[in-house]
Ligand binder design. Structure first.
Ligand SMILES: [Zn+2]
Length: 135
């Protein structure tokens, strides 16, 4: 399976709930370069959901609302697999970042232990000759 189970959109960032109703924000995945939040983990009725919002740029009309796509995955004990990774792109131009299923579960475990929101840096993907290291 692929890391992301659902793609939503197109939508703007305002359409993505941050912390409301039946879902509590328990973790944030941030860019190690600039602290920008790249993905969020929410405690929901059906489990922990991971949401990432990918910006779609509009060069023609930079003043318009920025439209992108939201990606969602439910994190369970088994999925996504520990070594399954999702590529993340920072809106400020920092690329080659990712998180894995193991990262998500580590955040959840730390949240359960501490009872408050966890901040976790995305992992830099090592570059080799410009070739993506993930098939
Ligand atoms: Zn960044």
């Amino acid at each position: 399976m692929t890391f992301w189970q659902t793609q939503l959109g197109p939508c703007t960032e305002k359409d993505i709930p941050v912390d409301s109703g039946d879902q509590r924000l328990i973790g944030e995945i941030f860019c190690p370069e600039c602290d920008n939040i790249l993905a969020r983990l929410h405690d929901r009725a059906e489990g922990v959901g991971l949401t990432s919002w990918m910006r779609g740029s509009s060069v023609a009309n930079p003043q318009s609302l920025i439209v992108g796509f939201a990606f969602f995955s439910l994190v369970t004990a088994a999925e996504p697999a520990d070594d399954e990774a999702a590529d993340l792109v920072c809106w400020r131009g920092h690329g080659d970042l990712r998180i894995t299923g193991a990262d998500c579960r580590a955040v959840i475990d730390r949240y359960r232990g501490r009872g408050r929101k966890i901040r976790h840096p995305a992992t830099r993907v090592p570059h080799s000759d410009g070739e993506p290291s993930v098939p």
